[in-house]
Design a protein around this ligand. Structure first.
Ligand SMILES: [Zn+2]
Ligand SMILES: [Zn+2]
Length: 366
């Protein structure tokens, strides 16, 4: 299916939040009105197809969601769902279904190899230092025996005699609304418009065969969760030497119980007690790099939730060599257990400042 010419909701005349039953009603109404057997409109057939296409998308929750989000019922081009990573090889039907890269002219897009996706999980510490990972996956790779040509004797592909090189054939389908003419990919040439005289027996003329790949991926220093990296040509090989798809690696940066990442800054709790909060203190903390330790100066009179920033002790920044900041968030707990004498000393200071300490405290020593 190519990019829709008109908005599907507009075609059916329903609102974007129309319910499934509204969509169905609208479709049946339009279909009755436009059915080529009953309509006098010279464009009825084209309009009827348009309505059918709109309905086929809006009546399928997953495709409708894709359409709403990406403007394409098949989802964002070049980025498959995470479920079909490493799922081995799609059926032939999958491989030849439509994978349009988005408007690069009339070239039969189905002959290009599909992009594949992989996810790499790294710890926050690995994201800080960078890492290398080896991933193994299955894909359709170039057939070595025919070097991807699909031809056993190396002869050039010729235009398909069945479809005349168009890659499409017309079929008449019976639907509940009557007979409809549609175009489907040609079986003989799988929609490519070309055939080879003497197909390579190894790949059955496809030019690609199942292969197992092992690839090293460099995890960049400072990588952020959800960042992707495109590895050109490492996706599915193209049909008979057409361009291969890419391998799109998505990095998932796992959480670290010690830190909360805010872009390149790292926040961590600074646990101190009430006396330390009163007097100020020097707290040694762990950094994100291996064996990194440093001190955070907590000023006297700090309160719960105060934030103390230490420059350049956060995450290494992507590409720049610098680092974000460390942000200590003060968490004040009860003071240590104090003796009566200690408590009286503190009480007398408080009293001198108008503190409303209990009178009983002064009686302790009497
Ligand atoms: Zn081959
Ligand atoms: Zn054909």
């Amino acid at each position: 299916m190519s990019a829709p010419e008109r908005d599907y909701y507009e075609v059916l005349g329903v609102a974007r939040d129309a319910s499934a039953s509204d969509v169905k009603h609208a479709f049946l109404g339009k279909a009755r009105e436009l059915h080529p057997d009953v309509s006098n409109d010279p464009d009825a057939e084209a309009k009827f197809k348009e309505v059918n296409e709109a309905y086929s998308v809006l009546s399928d929750p997953r495709r409708r969601q894709n359409y709403d989000r990406y403007g394409d019922a098949d989802g964002p081009s070049g980025f498959g769902s995470m479920d079909d990573i490493f799922g081995g090889f799609g059926s032939m039907a999958d491989i030849f279904s439509d994978f349009f890269g988005g408007g690069q002219g009339r070239r039969p897009a189905r002959s290009r190899g599909r992009d594949m996706t992989a996810r790499i999980r790294v710890s926050l510490a690995e994201a800080a230092t960078g890492a290398t990972r080896t991933i193994a996956y299955d894909r359709l790779g170039v057939c070595d025996d025919c070097h991807g040509t699909g031809s056993a004797d190396g002869s050039e592909p010729e235009p398909c005699p069945v479809c005349g090189g168009t890659g499409m054939r017309t079929v008449v389908q019976s639907t509940i609304l009557g007979r409809m003419q549609t175009s489907v990919p040609c079986d003989e040439c799988h929609g490519t418009g070309f055939v080879v005289e003497d197909p390579c027996p190894t790949c059955d003329g496809q030019g690609r065969v199942p292969t197992h790949e092992v690839v090293e991926v460099v995890v960049p220093v400072g990588v952020r969760n959800g960042e992707t990296q495109r590895m050109e040509g490492l996706g599915e090989a193209g049909w008979r030497g057409e361009r291969a798809g890419d391998l799109v690696v998505e990095f998932e940066v796992l959480g670290d119980p010690r830190f909360v990442r805010r872009n390149d800054d790292l926040a961590a709790e600074l646990a101190i007690d009430a006396l330390e909060a009163l007097c100020g203190c020097n707290v040694e903390v762990e950094g994100i790099l291996e064996d990194e330790r440093f001190f955070v100066e907590v000023p006297a009179g700090s309160l719960e939730g105060d934030q103390i920033r230490v420059e350049s002790r956060g995450m290494p920044r992507r590409g720049s060599g610098g680092r974000g900041d460390f942000i200590g968030v003060v968490s004040v707990s009860a003071p240590p257990e104090l003796s009566d004498d200690e408590l009286e000393t503190i009480a007398s200071i408080s009293r001198a400042h108008g503190g409303r300490v209990p009178a009983s405290l002064s009686g302790v020593q009497a």
